[in-house]
Design a protein around this ligand. Structure first.
Ligand code: PLP
Length: 356
């Protein structure tokens, strides 16, 4: 039976990425060696790294004055690296979910991190509006897509201080105006490749302004200077990311991707609204994530949660269990998820409704 991969992360990758990665495992760039055993200092891998960086810049239209680096440590390491490198005294955080809360917690270790707004009062089911970012903050941190709670910040923030954004779960899913951000980071394992690498896009002029000593490995300048080769980079994960970026480019880039993603999400949200068994957890359509669609059973049908879960699984729907802090269901519709999978899930929801 066909499996439909709705996992939140690591998550579905394009068939192209899987195929090209298999080829590279057997023979990387015509070297006769596997990408798993190639030196990161080989001419072929340096080329791969440079091309992957160039593709990130091309896909997101990264302006001059920005650098792209690839690091290990996951997006979670960025929660600490951002304040360590950017905060002298004060920073501001928009607390919109679990990842945002974790980022905020790390920032407090390095100075006066303030919460400008939070949606915790309603279990992070909306994006706070009408907040003020202190003018003396060294940066303002946002999480553009809240993977666990299914909300998304769809407008680039327009504030007077530098913006740092965790885009782990919606990078490359739509165009963003990179010039509105001073730093963007994203773990690869949602829209880019396998786990093991984090992409960072950074405006160089925000660096070098803090007085604290920064360990060499945790200083962005180290990795910019060494072109992501200060130490051994995650060779395999970068290679796989390159394949996904080629696939993305071939499909027409982030603009074409956004169109597809909007279509997929609209189909599923419409069904959740229509189907008597389900309700969306995010009420305001403006705040709804196009990447992670969260829904629960309607009050009258709460006892059907487990039966629906089992039914969906029996039909090949994988990874639709909601995060334990939300319950219910979450279908992740990342770039690589085909529309056919969304249609298949909708069919399952309709079939289950008829049976009940
Ligand atoms: C998955 C995720 C993270 C955590 O990424 P790791 O690479 O596991 O550290 C952080 N932020 C967001 C928004 C995520 O979706």
């Amino acid at each position: 039976m066909k499996k439909h991969n709705f996992y939140a992360g690591p998550s579905i990758l394009p068939g192209y990425t899987i195929e090209k990665t298999i080829e590279g495992i057997k023979d990387f760039a015509g070297t006769g060696l596997s990408v798993l055993e190639i030196s990161h200092r080989s001419k072929e891998f340096i080329e791969c790294m440079n091309d992957t960086i160039a593709l990130v810049k091309e896909m997101l239209d990264v302006p001059a004055g920005y650098q792209v680096i690839f690091l290990g440590g996951g997006a979670s390491l960025q929660f600490a690296m951002v304040p360590m490198n950017l905060m002298n005294k004060k920073s501001a955080y928009l607390v919109t979910g679990e990842w945002a809360s974790k980022a905020f917690k790390e920032a407090k270790l390095y100075g006066d991190a303030v919460e400008v707004a939070s949606s915790k009062d309603k279990n992070f089911s909306y994006i706070p509006k009408n907040y003020t970012v202190p003018a003396d903050a060294d940066y303002f941190h946002v999480t553009t897509n809240n993977t666990i709670f299914g909300t998304q910040l769809k407008k680039d923030p327009d504030v007077a201080v530098p913006v740092a954004a965790d885009m782990s779960s919606d990078i490359f899913s739509r165009p963003v105006d990179v010039s509105k951000y001073s730093l963007i980071y994203a773990g690869a394992q949602k829209n880019l490749g396998p786990a093991g690498v984090t992409v960072i896009i950074i405006k160089e002029d925000v660096l070098g302004k803090v007085t604290r000593p920064i360990p060499t490995m945790l200083d962005y300048r180290t990795h910019i200077k060494a072109e992501s080769m200060f130490n051994t980079p995650p060779v395999f994960a970068v290679f796989a990311a390159q394949q996904t970026l080629r696939w993305l480019k071939d499909l027409g880039g982030v603009k074409a991707m956004e169109k597809r993603n909007k279509e997929k999400a609209a189909l599923l949200y419409d069904e959740i609204e229509r189907n008597k068994l389900f309700v969306p957890t995010v009420k305001d359509p403006e705040d709804r994530s196009l990447m992670n669609v969260c829904f629960v059973m309607a009050d009258e049908y709460k006892e059907l949660e487990k039966p629906f879960s089992d039914f969906a699984k029996s039909k090949g729907m994988i990874g639709i269990q909601g995060h334990r802090s939300v319950g219910g269901f979450r279908a992740s519709l990342y770039n690589a998820l085909p529309k056919e999978s969304v249609i298949a899930l909708i069919e399952v929801m309709k079939e289950f409704e008829l049976k009940n």
